[in-house]
Design a protein around this ligand. Sequence first.
Ligand SMILES: Nc1ncnc2c1ncn2[C@@H]1O[C@H](COP(=O)(O)OP(=O)(O)OP(=O)(O)O)[C@@H](O)[C@H]1O
Length: 348
Amino acid sequence: MKKEQVVNCQFSVWYPLFKKHTIKSVILPLPQNVIDYLLDDGTLVVSGSELTSQSSRTNNSDSEEEEDIQWSDDETTTTVTAPEFPEFNSKVQEAINALGGRVFPKLNWSAPRDANWIALNSSLQCQSLSDIFLLFKSSDFITHDLTQPFIHCSDDSPDPVINYELVLRKWSELIPGGEYRCFVKENKLIGISQRDYTQHYQHISKQEASISSSIQEFFRDHIQYQFPDEDFVLDVYRDSRGRVWLIDLNPFGEVTDSLLFTWEELTSGNSLTDNQTGEDTALQECPAFRYTTSEVTVQPSPCLSYRIPRDFLDLSTGEDAYKLIDFLKLKKGQQEEESDEEDAGPQS
Ligand SMILES: Nc1ncnc2c1ncn2[C@@H]1O[C@H](COP(=O)(O)OP(=O)(O)OP(=O)(O)O)[C@@H](O)[C@H]1O
C-alpha cells in the first residue's frame, strides 16, 4: 500500500466528493495544543475544571459536601487541572449544535471504536468536547492516527505532512445488520462483506440478491471513477427503505480489516467466490457477497480485547468516588497487614 492511498482516504479528501451520499459532517482543524493534550498520557480527563488532591484533611472536617476528591497522608496540596481550550471548545460546541446536538467523532481516518466501553452510555455518541476527549484519550485507534498513520505503507517516500482534523458527524442510529464493506480493485467492485460479521442476520440471506444489486448500483452511479484511487474500500449502509449511503472510505490494504475475506484472496487477482454458493463470481460479472450464515459462527466483538474491568475504569475516571475510597482503604489495610506480617516474621 502506498502513502498516497492513505492520504486520499482522509475524511477531508473524500467528504467533499461524496457529500450528497453520506452523513452530514463538520470538519474542524485540530490545534497543536489539543493534539499534544491527546498524546499526553499523564493528563486527566475531567469534565469539571479541577480535581483537587488535598492533604491534611482532618477527620472532623466538614468537607464531606465538597465535590472534589481529597485524600493524602502528607502535608502537601496538589491541584490537578484539566486543560481547557475555550476557543476550540466553542467551535466544537457550535458544530455539535448545528448537527443536532449529538455527534459521532473521528479524526482524519479513525473513530475511537476501541474506546466506546469507557463512555457512560457505552457508545460513541458525544454531546460535548469533554465527551470527545474521554473517548479519544482512551483510544489506541486515535493514537495510531496521530502517531503512525503510514506504518503499513510499503513505499519509502518521506511521510506526507498531515493536517489533523476533528470530524464531527451527525449522530445516526445505524443498525449494524445494515452495514457492508465493499472492496474495489482497479475501479471494479470485487467483494462485499457483512460488516458486523460476528452476528447472524436473517434478513441478509433472505434479501441477498437485492442487497447486492442495490450496493452495486450505488457504487456504479455515485462512486466508481470518482475517487482519486482505483483501489479502495468503502463502507456503506443500506437503510430500511433500501437506500444506500456511504459511511467511510479506507485504503485497499492490510491496514483495513478484510472481514469475511482475506487480503491474500483480495489481492491475488483470482476471482473470488461467494461463501454461500461457492460460485465463481467472475462468471456472473458481479461481486462476491459474504455474510455470516448461522448462529454457530457468531463470535465475540472484535473490540473486546481493548476493554478493562469496569472497576478499574470507575477508579481511573473518578466516576465512582466511593469505589475509590474503598480501594484506598483496601490498599491501606493490605499495607497494615503486610507490616504486621513483617513484624511477626519467621522466628529463628
Ligand atoms: N454518524 C454516525 N452516527 C452513529 N454511528 C456511526 C456514525 N458513523 C459511523 N457510525 C458507526 O461507527 C462505526 C465505525 O465508523 P467508521 O467506519 O467511520 O469508523 P472507522 O474508525 O473509520 O472504522 P474502520 O477503521 O473499521 O473503517 C460504523 O460501522 C457505524 O456503525
